[in-house]
Design a binder for this molecule. Structure first.
Ligand SMILES: [Zn+2]
Length: 151
């Protein structure tokens, strides 16, 4: 079956049988695509609820998509820094403020630590396979620093 995520991170390919995630009636996604889609939705909801409810969701999605897909940032890292900014009352004046949040070195270090702990406890480890025919391989958190340098 085909992945129904319009931003499929594997280029819209077939989903390996038994690994698909059902996201609606007759709708399936790659597990990683479902995670991306769900996390991006959470970022948008959180931004609208806690930062600015008047922003156009389309403009917000544009910025998020650029950060996640063009600059290959794990959406969970973006969600993590957004939550942190809200908790620390860091003002975010417009969606493009998100670009600055993902460049915060201290946040990157914190995130890496939390990811390392996840790996140690065995969570998600089994899901990290990387077939070579993937159009785009999600960037593991350990590479975040090099990505950020390119921003
Ligand atoms: Zn997909």
């Amino acid at each position: 079956m085909k992945c129904r995520y319009n931003k499929c991170i594997y280029g819209g390919g077939e989903i390996e049988k038994g690994t698909e995630v059902q996201v609606g009636k007759g709708y399936y996604m790659h597990k990683e695509c479902a995670r991306y889609s769900k996390t991006i939705k959470k970022i948008v909801e959180l931004y609208l609820a806690s930062v600015d409810s008047t922003v156009m969701p389309k403009a917000l999605y544009q910025v998020i998509n650029k950060i996640v897909f063009d600059r290959k940032t794990d959406p969970e890292f973006l969600l993590f820094v957004l939550k942190g900014a809200i908790a620390e009352k860091i003002p975010i004046k417009a969606p493009y403020g998100l670009y600055y949040l993902v460049k915060d070195d201290e946040k990157i270090r914190k995130w890496k630590r939390s990811q390392a702990q996840k790996i140690i406890s065995g969570i998600e480890l089994a899901d990290r396979k990387k077939p070579t025919d993937y159009k785009y391989t999600p960037t593991p958190p350990k590479k975040l620093e090099s990505i950020v340098e390119g921003l």
